[in-house]
Design a protein around this ligand. Structure first.
Ligand SMILES: [Mg+2]
Length: 363
């Protein structure tokens, strides 16, 4: 299950209450500091790895640095609660950011949380813990009566022990998500929304996906063409094309209505075989390359959906193509060319959105 953002209805989580964050957000910088202030928060407790910076790294992104500076300017107290065993790195980070760290029993022990509360003279309800791990950051905060904001972990490798925690986290959150309400009060979405709009067209994700999709489509078209031609003309068995051979075999099993020639059957069979293989190519490449699905689960279902979309696309292509062929005035050859282009264009758009929003839709 992929990460989901929103606010948790913590009172509905029963025995899992200690593991339940108050909110889930995509990253630290999505958290609105104005909103934290309006919630009466004064002390921000921060996890380091995969919350502020990637594991083992010290190269903070400008956005993170900006967010921390803004928090300081707004008068928030900040501190770092980290379970890292690399104390030299932690000391460097503390120095770079100008934020105090605490040493004590590891999270989820309430120890470091209580040290920080005492030090800053803050009540638990005036503090907020921001971290990427349910089993340490969130659990420790809840045990201390502090609201936790769970951030999606950054991309990159993790400590082996963390990976075990992630397995438990997955199980726990799969249940907690039932109490998730999608609201964006905690999210400073103005920034990211503006950023997305500011991006040049070609850098937007959907545009890049569509270009990749067209590229995959060209490969699939070539595969379809090569297989079709091989079956119809190029590959011969005893002087007869493979397609004709297959048509003869089919005709020996099924009665082909009179008036339909064997070479029409051969063309039909070749088209079915070729489009089936080409669609499978589309499925594989679009899955791995265009939509970047790495999760191995659901591949079978996704393949079935891709075929469903493709065959509807085929129908759209022929119906729209035929319609325009009859509507367009002028030379029939020109009409056919334009009608084919319009039909193929409509089918391409259909296939793209069918795959993107249906077959490969993130859950
Ligand atoms: Mg962490």
């Amino acid at each position: 299950m992929s990460f989901r953002k929103g606010t948790f209805e913590r009172d509905k989580t029963g025995i899992l209450r200690p593991f339940c964050p108050a909110h889930a957000v995509g990253s630290l910088t999505e958290i609105s500091l104005e909103w934290l202030a309006s919630e009466g928060k004064k002390l921000i407790m921060l996890d380091v790895d995969h919350t502020l910076v990637e594991w083992k790294q010290e190269n903070f992104s400008p956005a993170v640095l900006e967010w921390l500076e803004k928090a300081k300017t707004m008068g928030f107290s900040l501190c770092i609660l980290s379970n890292t065993r690399r104390l030299e790195r932690l000391a460097r980070i503390s120095k770079i950011l100008g934020i105090k760290t605490y040493q004590g029993k590891f999270k989820p022990s309430p120890h470091m949380y209580s040290l920080a509360l005492t030090d800053f003279g803050a009540r638990p309800d005036e503090a907020v813990m921001i971290g990427d791990q349910i089993m340490t950051d969130v659990l420790g905060a809840n045990r201390s009566g502090i609201d936790a904001i769970w951030v999606q972990k950054m991309v990159g490798p993790e400590f082996a022990g963390t990976k075990i925690n992630r397995v438990i986290e997955k199980v726990v959150t799969s249940i907690l998500y039932r109490s998730l309400v999608t609201d964006n009060s905690s999210v400073d979405d103005s920034a990211s929304a503006v950023d997305a709009a500011k991006l040049p067209l070609w850098e937007r994700k959907i545009v890049r996906q569509f270009i990749k999709f067209l590229f995959v489509g060209a490969i699939s078209f070539t595969i379809d063409y090569l297989i079709r031609m091989s079956l119809l003309f190029w590959v011969k068995v005893d002087g007869e094309s493979l397609g004709m051979r297959m048509a003869t075999s089919v005709a020996s099993v099924i009665t082909i209505p009179a008036g339909i020639k064997t070479d029409s059957v051969a063309f039909f069979i070749s088209a079915v075989v070729a489009s089936f293989i080409a669609t499978f190519n589309s499925f594989l490449l679009n899955r791995a390359f265009t939509f970047r699905i790495s999760d191995k689960a659901d591949a079978g279902k996704q393949a079935a959906k891709v075929y469903m979309v493709a065959y509807i696309g085929l129908a759209i292509n022929s119906v729209i193509g035929t319609l325009f062929f009859h509507l367009l005035p002028g030379h029939p050859e020109m009409s056919a060319f334009i009608a084919t282009a319009i039909g193929a264009g409509c089918a391409a758009v259909w296939n793209f959105f069918g795959q993107r929003n249906f077959a490969f839709k993130a859950k």
